[in-house]
Design a protein around this ligand. Structure first.
Ligand SMILES: Nc1ncnc2c1ncn2[C@@H]1O[C@H](COP(=O)(O)OP(=O)(O)O)[C@@H](O)[C@H]1O
Ligand SMILES: [Mg+2]
Length: 377
């Protein structure tokens, strides 16, 4: 007989394994709980749900490493159950414990996005151990791959869309300038009956177009004309924050700075200030969406040959499916008068032009952290 200890496996992360069993038959679920307890010394939590509804509620309440799922529930039968779970947690491994037989159902299960399946009553501790371990491992690899792929697509897109946008900006720049000048002249010669608000509104719109064009032109010009020097990023942050304290105070938002001693970095001060302001104002907007008050933290820290700036907020956070889009030009969730969708696009390009790196971590409903990394001088 196999010794139980031979079957144990080490799981990352350090926390123990968290398993959700979805099974409406109490005898079956009891057996499964016993087996799961046997597969690893690091089982932290086993929860049994008896229906799809209960399963979805459990997923809302807790984070799990894996779901062991029966496909014959009272409120859901077959692969539809898997789809419902995947909708909620796309990267949660699902292993089917199925009483159904036949190639067809097996094909369906694999196509549905489940990681693996085991036939009810026909697997032992070793099979379960292997299946669970592989399912979690495969899912983690898949998640990593997807992340890397998103980043690759992102930088490709940035290069091509950026070029296109810059070209359009060049074309639009002079007609816009003449529209604004002409509007000015018309406004000066207006009589009372002529409805001056209409002209006003038109001028505002034209100016907004001009702002967009200017941002794009700045991006396309590159930074070869800008003065780049060794600066202390803490000074840049202090100055940027001073410029926007009024806007934060007006919303009751607390700005917490933790500026540590760091090496100098090679950047253009004005552009870096613009990046910091963009990120902090975005943080403010994200907080305003969900509450009064709130907190934005800016921290600098010295790493091994790098200087890091983190800007965190406790605002609305960003959906997983949208996080890949936020650096795209013109991507904005704000209404037309408030957002241009160029803030992060510009920040991304500025940071990259100084050989830096920008990254984001966010959880919907919890908040967002932007990370800026620069090579130290
Ligand atoms: N700190 C943040 N928290 C939540 N969402 C954010 C944050 N920063 C940026 N975003 C999202 O990214 C989008 C793009 O940001 P940005 O390029 O600055 O454009 P804009 O602010 O004009 O909308 C925002 O509309 C918002 O949906
Ligand atoms: Mg913005």
């Amino acid at each position: 007989m196999e010794k139980k200890d031979d079957l144990k496996f080490e799981l990352e992360p350090e926390d123990g394994l968290k398993v959700l069993i979805v099974e409406n038959n109490k005898v079956d679920s009891g057996l499964l709980v016993k087996m799961v307890e046997g597969i690893s010394s690091k089982v932290d939590m086993i929860v049994v749900a008896e229906s799809l509804k209960e399963c979805l509620q459990c997923l809302d309440k807790n984070e799990f490493d894996i779901v062991l799922l029966d496909l014959n529930l009272d409120d859901s039968v077959g692969v539809a159950t898997i789809h419902r779970i995947k909708e909620k947690r796309p990267f949660l491994p699902v292993v089917i414990i199925s009483g159904m037989e036949g190639d067809e159902i097996e094909d369906d299960i694999v196509d549905s996005g489940a990681q693996d399946y085991l036939h009810k009553g026909r697997f032992n501790l070793k099979d379960l151990n292997k299946t669970v371990r592989f399912a979690i491992g495969r899912m983690r690899t898949e998640e990593k791959l997807k992340e890397v792929n998103t980043k690759l697509v992102q930088s490709e897109k940035m290069a091509s869309v950026g070029q296109l946008a810059a070209g359009v900006a060049h074309e639009l720049n002079s007609p816009l300038a003449s529209i604004i000048t002409n509007l000015h002249m018309i406004a000066e010669n207006l009589t009372h009956e002529d409805n001056p608000t209409l002209i006003d509104l038109t001028e505002k719109s034209a100016k907004k177009c001009r702002d967009i064009v200017m941002s794009l032109l700045k991006y396309s010009r590159g930074n070869n004309m800008l003065e780049v020097c060794e600066v202390n990023i803490n000074d840049v942050i202090e100055e940027a924050c001073e410029l926007i304290t009024y806007q934060l105070e007006g919303n009751g938002i607390e700005l917490v700075k933790e500026l540590n001693v760091v090496d100098k970095i090679k950047v253009n001060t004005d552009e870096m200030q613009q990046v910091i302001i963009n990120l902090v104002l975005n943080a403010r907007d994200a907080i305003k969406e969900v509450k009064e008050g709130g907190k934005i933290s800016i921290k600098t820290s010295q790493g091994d040959k790098t200087v890091t700036v983190t800007i965190s907020d406790d605002g609305e956070g960003i959906d997983k499916e949208n996080i890949g889009k936020i650096f795209d030009p013109f991507y904005s969730t704000k209404d037309v008068n408030r957002g241009t969708g160029l803030g992060l696009f510009t920040a991304y390009n500025i940071v990259r032009s100084f050989k830096g790196h920008i990254d984001v971590e966010s959880k919907k409903g919890r908040g967002t952290t932007f990370l800026l990394l620069f090579p130290a001088c």
